[in-house]
Design a protein around this ligand. Structure first.
Ligand SMILES: C[S@@+](CC[C@H](N)C(=O)[O-])C[C@H]1O[C@@H](n2cnc3c(N)ncnc32)[C@H](O)[C@@H]1O
Length: 288
């Protein structure tokens, strides 16, 4: 099987971090590093897209000096949990349930949007990545910054995010993952102006980059992976939950949830909700 590096870190206070602990991102997110006012600027408006149960919002406040921080997630349980735990601590920090692939805030309302693992998560539903990028571009003020932390390499993210006709300047860097696992990529996109190409042009560009990456540069089904999956099944027929756990790496499961996997597996491939080694190969061949 491909790399099995860990994609998540469980922190003691029951928060949950995908990809990298927020404290490893502080140097990158400081206002001075991003050119957003001076350190301690208390006017900058920050949004976290797909916040999950991460303490990223707290790191942005406590270590980076931002004060107005809105965190968005479409999972009602996550938002209720974060509000219950932290909602009364600081009126300038808010948690909001919203779909960030749809208009989720007024145009130009944020100076900084931070995305840790969320673009990765929506990349599975191909059009959602385009919608997320369009929405973030819309809610950013001019010269606003979108920071994406991703498990994907720069060789994929740079072309994906170099979108013709959308006003972003792009810089990528690698973040060593101190808490274990493979290095992550940070992309800093600065909004140059308000211009934006029509959605269908952005979508076409991104689908072409995704198809090239997943079919040619980093196909899911390599010969060594075929062998690894064969060994992982050990001749058994597995429940879909167990097949999902054994077929995909931790990093891949970050992007591709069990719910999405179950929705994609059609009844012809996995009769009665079970999967054999042959079924798994057929599924990967069809979906890479
Ligand atoms: C991989 S997790 C990352 C969570 C958090 N940023 C972290 O670093 O731990 C992706 C998060 O994005 C949220 N998400 C996925 N699609 C979304 C959407 N369309 N709108 C809002 N949130 C979404 C999920 O509920 C999940 O909490």
């Amino acid at each position: 099987m491909a790399s099995s590096s860990s994609s998540s870190t469980v922190v003691q206070d029951s928060s949950f971090e995908w990809l990298v602990d927020p404290k490893e991102l502080v140097h990158l997110l400081l206002p001075s590093a991003l050119g957003i006012g001076e350190t301690g600027d208390d006017e900058a408006r920050v949004c976290v897209v797909g916040c999950g149960r991460s303490r990223l919002g707290h790191a942005l406040r406590d270590q980076c000096g931002y004060r107005w921080i809105s965190s968005f997630d479409n999972d009602a349980n996550v938002v209720a949990d974060m509000r219950a735990r932290y909602g009364k601590d600081d009126p300038r920090m808010t948690w909001i349930q919203a779909d960030i692939t749809q208009p989720f805030a007024p145009k130009g309302s944020f100076d900084l949007c931070v995305d840790k693992g969320t673009l990765d998560a929506v990349l599975c539903a191909k059009e959602a990545a385009t919608d997320l990028i369009c929405q973030v571009h819309r809610v950013l003020a001019e010269r606003g910054v979108y920071v994406i932390v991703s498990l994907h390499p720069e060789t994929f993210l740079k072309p994906l995010l170099s979108i013709p006709g959308i006003g972003f300047e792009l810089k990528c860097s690698t973040i060593p993952c101190l808490s274990g696992g493979s290095p992550r990529t940070a992309c800093v996109l600065r909004k140059k102006d308000g211009s934006q190409a029509p959605r269908n042009i952005i979508l076409k560009h991104q689908l072409a980059v995704m198809n090239k990456h997943f079919q040619q540069d980093a196909p899911l089904l390599t010969p060594s992976r075929r062998v690894a999956i064969y060994e992982a099944f050990g001749g058994d027929v597995l429940s879909l939950a167990e097949a999902h756990r054994r077929v995909f790496t931790d990093d891949e499961r970050t992007e591709y949830s069990l719910d999405d996997f179950c929705a994609d597996v059609n009844s012809r491939i996995a009769a009665e909700g079970k999967m054999s080694f042959q079924d798994a190969l057929e599924f990967l061949e069809q979906n890479q």
